[in-house]
Design a protein around this ligand. Structure first.
Ligand code: TXA
Ligand code: MG
Length: 330
């Protein structure tokens, strides 16, 4: 795809960090690695840059963005932290956790990035390249995953280039990410809510809170004026090829997304087989998930059949993304 802009790709390093900070300050769009997935960053205080960001992704503007900051004092200028939020921030930042909190007074994040909500999503990423860019830029950076809206999130710079070349200014290539699924999102309301399972397992959060995380109400992703989890539209992560879950045998011409060492009946007639983790490791499976889905989606298979994945640890996030992939595009 080329929509006119020259998209520069730079290997991570001092020159790329400086170029990224300069581009952000000039209102540009910069893709960079975080430990979860690649993000597409814009200056959180620059409405014009944020408008371009929504356009570049083809993202509906009612779906708000996560503000990324380098340290907790910057986070406190953006949002109000109660005791629960403070405990989670201390336990897990920097890391794959996003907190949805009430906005601070004079919150520097532009209204457009928070879709007019009274709350703001915020996180301190752990990836050294993201941290260098945040430090060099100095302000908060809003960053959704650096994919076209409706595609799976990018876990390599090549995925970003495939989706967004010609639409953004710079891609900082820091290699493949480590976690592979997006951050876990917790809404810090009276009862803390798990808004999105992700790269930080639920059990670790519940251990710090000393209580179970509630689920958002079933209509939280409806089109109501102030949805609790506006980005959790059912078909958010869909490949073009139909996805069939919990496969126990393979139909001819299907692609197989396998997990573990067990082989399925019918595998001989598979169009292609990719394994999330032959040794059944859920962290490895999360890291491979989006890359494998993207690769299988290019094979013109009848469907992508997916073997069952256990639901513990990162399995909850993997199964969440797989269910969304199976709903298909609207
Ligand atoms: O790992 C991640 O979180 C990555 C990296 C780049 O940081 N970012 C990411 O952003 O996944 P995005 O935009 O693809 O997903 C952010 C989610 C969306 O579902 C959005 O609706 C939700 O966060 N969100 C943002 N602000 C919110 C708010 N105030 N209340 C509820 N949900 C919110
Ligand atoms: Mg996304």
């Amino acid at each position: 795809m080329n929509v006119g802009l020259k998209t520069l790709v730079l290997p991570a390093g001092a020159a790329a960090t400086a170029a990224a900070a300069r581009a952000l300050a000039d209102g540009g769009l910069v893709a960079f690695p975080t430990e979860t997935v690649y993000g597409l960053g814009a200056d959180a205080a620059d409405s014009a840059a944020i408008a371009r960001l929504y356009w570049a992704k083809g993202r509906p503007a009612f779906n708000p963005l996560i503000a990324h900051v380098g340290d907790i004092s910057a986070a406190r200028r953006i949002a109000r932290f109660d005791a629960q939020a403070t405990a989670l921030a201390e336990a897990f930042w920097p890391g794959p956790l996003t907190l949805v909190l009430p906005k601070a007074e004079n919150c520097p994040v532009a209204e457009l990035a928070t879709a007019g909500l009274e709350t703001v999503a915020i996180r301190i990423p752990a990836h050294p390249v993201a941290r260098d860019i945040l430090r060099a830029f100095g302000g908060a950076v809003v960053a959704p995953s650096a994919n076209l809206s409706g595609h799976v999130s990018p876990t390599t710079a090549e995925h970003v280039h495939h989706d967004l070349a010609g639409r953004i200014d710079l891609i900082v290539d820091g290699g493949a990410v480590e976690v592979g699924v997006e951050s876990t999102i917790v809404g810090c309301f009276e009862a803390p809510l798990l808004l999105r399972p992700g790269g930080l397992p639920r059990a670790e959060i519940e251990r710090v809170l000393g209580r179970a995380l509630d689920e958002p109400p079933a209509d939280a992703d409806s089109d109501s004026a102030q949805p609790l989890a506006p980005g959790m539209l059912a078909s958010h992560y869909a490949p073009r090829t139909p996805v069939r879950l919990n496969a126990t045998r393979l139909a001819p011409g299907e692609a197989l997304l396998a997990f573990g060492s067990h082989l399925l009946p019918g595998i001989d007639a598979a169009a292609v087989v990719m394994n999330l983790s032959p040794r059944g490791d859920l962290n490895e499976a999360a890291a491979n998930l989006f890359g494998h889905l993207r690769a299988l989606d290019t094979k013109a298979a009848r469907a992508i059949a997916v073997m069952p994945v256990p639901n513990d640890g990162l399995g909850e996030a993997i199964n969440d993304r797989l269910r969304r992939a199976a709903v298909g595009r609207e």
